[in-house]
Ligand binder design. Structure first.
Ligand SMILES: Cc1cc2nc3c(=O)[nH]c(=O)nc-3n(C[C@H](O)[C@H](O)[C@H](O)COP(=O)(O)OP(=O)(O)OC[C@H]3O[C@@H](n4cnc5c(N)ncnc54)[C@H](O)[C@@H]3O)c2cc1C
Length: 292
């Protein structure tokens, strides 16, 4: 029996997750849920809990590799259609979790608000961005976070404030299952200056990343003080292929996939990179991309 029968408008079964990830590969979700309201989200979470159904929270799928045999349980996708509020106040902007970070950056440019330029060119939702503490050479998401609204699997909703939040390289101390909304510090500034910086960062990304091909950003975290991409490049691995997965010629820490690629191809290539880098440099690379 489908435990979401009366929620047909929001729940699909066996939904191919390739449609919802930047890698465009991988199997299906047993249940794929796009709640249309906070109340409905809570109802879905309650039913998952009562039925011991594992919950996975999906943002824009920009940091995910979904296994070929798919995902058991419920994949809950918070979309901007229903979790899409953006509210400016004098010193900050409060954004719901489903909004794309790129849209927030653009809104800030238009409103003449500075604080989020460093996140230019990073795909994903606000929820995913905070969960991953996304960022890079120009700064990270956590530096601008003032407050986060979260919900746990018991549907308790609470606020976490800057003083009690910790952000480190691609990680946070937020353990609650759902990020629902985030308040970022953004101060008034000259829109032309902000736009100039956003354009510079965007050009840098465009020139250094394989943006025309399916990928999920950096596969590995940078080991302390070392670039994972530089190690992979030095090991002579650029262009190496397994099936439809290939190490990008443009950025050695990116794996790009063709239409016929499988998640298995990507996982096999990841193992080969790890082994080779460990052999050549004695460094153990840790995955940044999340595997479901
Ligand atoms: C071309 C490209 C370039 C990239 N460049 C960068 C970069 O420069 N820097 C960088 O850090 N990353 C980069 N990435 C990776 C990716 O953009 C970030 O990790 C991004 O924050 C993922 O957001 P998402 O919404 O797609 O999350 P998803 O990939 O959907 O999920 C990632 C994790 O976040 C969790 N999550 C998502 N939404 C929520 C929520 N509402 N509540 C709780 N948990 C949630 C998921 O459960 C999962 O654990 C890049 C990816 C691509 C494809």
């Amino acid at each position: 029996m489908n435990l979401f029968t009366d929620l047909d408008h929001s729940v699909r079964t066996d939904e191919p997750l390739a449609r919802h990830t930047w890698f465009r590969i991988g199997g299906a979700a047993q249940y794929f849920v796009e709640p249309t309201s906070q109340v409905e989200l809570e109802e879905v979470v309650r039913r998952c809990r009562e039925n011991d159904l594992p919950i996975h929270v999906l943002g824009d799928g920009a940091n995910l590799l979904v296994a070929d045999n798919g995902v058991a349980g419920a994949v809950i996708h918070l979309t901007a259609d229903h979790f899409g509020e953006v509210t400016f106040s004098p010193e900050s902007v409060k954004v719901s979790a489903g909004v794309l970070m790129s849209q927030v950056v653009l809104r800030c440019v238009r409103e003449g608000r500075s604080g989020l330029e460093a996140l230019t060119g990073i795909p994903g939702t606000v929820g995913g961005c905070v969960r991953m503490n996304a960022g890079g050479a120009f700064g990270d998401c956590g530096s601008a976070v003032q407050r986060v609204t979260v919900m746990d699997e018991e549907c308790n909703i609470f606020e976490r404030f800057r003083d009690d939040l910790a952000f480190a390289y691609r990680s946070t101390n937020i353990t609650s299952r759902f990020v629902l909304a985030v308040e970022f510090a953004v101060t008034e500034d000259d829109p032309q200056r902000i736009l100039k910086q956003v354009k510079q960062i965007w050009m840098h990304k465009k020139n250094s990343q394989p943006l025309g091909q399916a990928n999920a950003g950096c596969i590995f975290k940078n080991p302390r003080g070392i670039s994972a991409g530089a190690l992979i490049d030095k090991a002579g691995l650029k262009g190496k292929r397994v099936g439809g997965a290939m190490i990008s010629d443009k950025h050695a820490n990116f794996i790009v996939t063709s239409r016929d690629a499988t998640a298995f191809d990507v996982l096999k290539l990841i193992d080969q990179i790890r082994d080779r880098v460990a052999q050549e440099f004695g460094v153990n690379l840790e995955k940044e991309v999340e595997v479901w």
